[in-house]
Design a protein around this ligand. Structure first.
Ligand code: PBG
Length: 335
């Protein structure tokens, strides 16, 4: 008889490890499955021709002229990514962000060109003023304060101009009060009742947007966005924001950033059961890129783990700069 008696107390009816023994079994019991069909791919569109300028703080992300943006959408579509989210970098900016509703500005031109060359691509446009104002704020200023109601009027103009160019979905990212309802009414009044609204409903005032502001050249010249974007400490408030946007007519609601707010994604999805998007923002992407460049993280695995966690939390749609890379990785593992 064994005097040590090891394992005597281990009489387990439930051995969780049974279902982890082989790749085949693990796949059978996997709860969350990522698909490229869930991804939206953000693109930065600028003036000019044949422009493909890499963003210093976002390796692999480029400012693209319209012709190059069309090529990128074609390539993304070939990878299985259904759609893109467009941001504009205008040639000139002013205090009221008038380039946001210029029918010939980069975003509007890109929407028309993409719809012509890749008609199946889902085209979503970001609606905000920060890329278009000389001061880099998301709205019209009164002194140093970002006004609400006059800003909403400008956002409505931008959304209408995107819809007229052929956008499928407009995505207000400004966090002004009442903008979803105002945009919905204006779209309906102008015959764009088929254009959907994806609202950045719970958008936090986050330091993770830093690299984006390089990409979109939209850093505020003074101050910050704390008087309109949400306090990172608040989740109940996110539910109120989402409820209000749904009430006003949002078809898809978004939580942004994604990974630091997975709890919010889960609560939004469980509470409202609406199509829910999450945005893996620039800082989430750049953080992985930077660590991978130093050999500190295994990029392909971290990419899939973060995207899986966002889907597991409850997001139906994931907006990510990794859309193409992840789509290709998924295709390769399914082959
Ligand atoms: C525009 C906007 C921002 C982002 C998306 N839309 C920047 C901001 O609010 O400052 C950030 C996206 C990212 O970081 O990838 N208002």
């Amino acid at each position: 008889m064994n005097p040590v008696q090891t394992g005597h107390a281990l009489d387990l009816a439930r051995r969780q490890r049974r279902l982890r023994r082989t790749a085949g079994i693990r796949a059978l019991v996997r709860e969350t499955r990522l698909s490229p069909e869930q991804f939206l791919y953000p693109l930065f569109v600028c003036e000019g021709q044949h422009v493909r300028r890499e963003v210093g703080s976002m390796p692999g992300v480029f400012q693209l002229s319209v012709d190059e943006a069309v090529r990128e959408v074609e390539a993304a579509h070939g990878d299985g990514v259904p759609g893109v989210l467009l941001f504009g970098i205008p040639a000139s900016k002013d205090a009221v962000g008038s380039a946001a509703y210029d029918d010939n500005a980069p975003v509007q031109a890109a929407v028309r060109a993409i719809k012509r060359h890749v008609p199946d691509a889902v085209v979503v446009t970001d609606v905000c003023l920060c890329e278009y104002t000389s001061h880099g704020h998301c709205g019209l200023l009164d002194g140093t304060e970002v006004t609400n109601d006059p800003t909403v009027e400008q956002l409505v103009r931008a959304a209408l101009s995107h819809a007229a160019a052929g956008a499928d979905i407009v995505a207000p990212s400004d966090m002004m009060d009442g903008r979803v309802g105002a945009i919905r009414r204006a779209l309906d009044a102008q015959g764009f009742e088929g254009v959907a609204i994806m609202s950045y409903a719970a958008k936090y005032c986050s330091a993770f947007y830093g690299p984006f502001r390089d990409a979109a050249e939209s850093a505020p010249q003074f101050g910050d966005r704390r008087t309109h974007q949400m306090d990172p400490a608040n989740a109940e408030e996110a539910l109120r924001e989402v409820a209000q946007d749904i009430e006003e007519g949002a078809d898809i609601v978004m939580v942004k950033p994604a990974m630091p707010y997975l709890d919010v994604i889960t609560r939004v999805k469980e509470r409202f059961g609406q199509p829910t998007a999450a945005y893996q923002v620039s800082g989430e992407y750049s953080m992985i890129k930077a660590a991978a460049a130093r050999g500190w993280l295994d990029e392909p695995r971290v990419m899939m783990e973060t995207l899986t966690s966002i889907a597991r939390a409850g997001a139906d749609i994931i907006i990510t700069y990794y859309a193409r890379e992840a789509a290709r990785a998924l295709r390769d593992t399914n082959r």
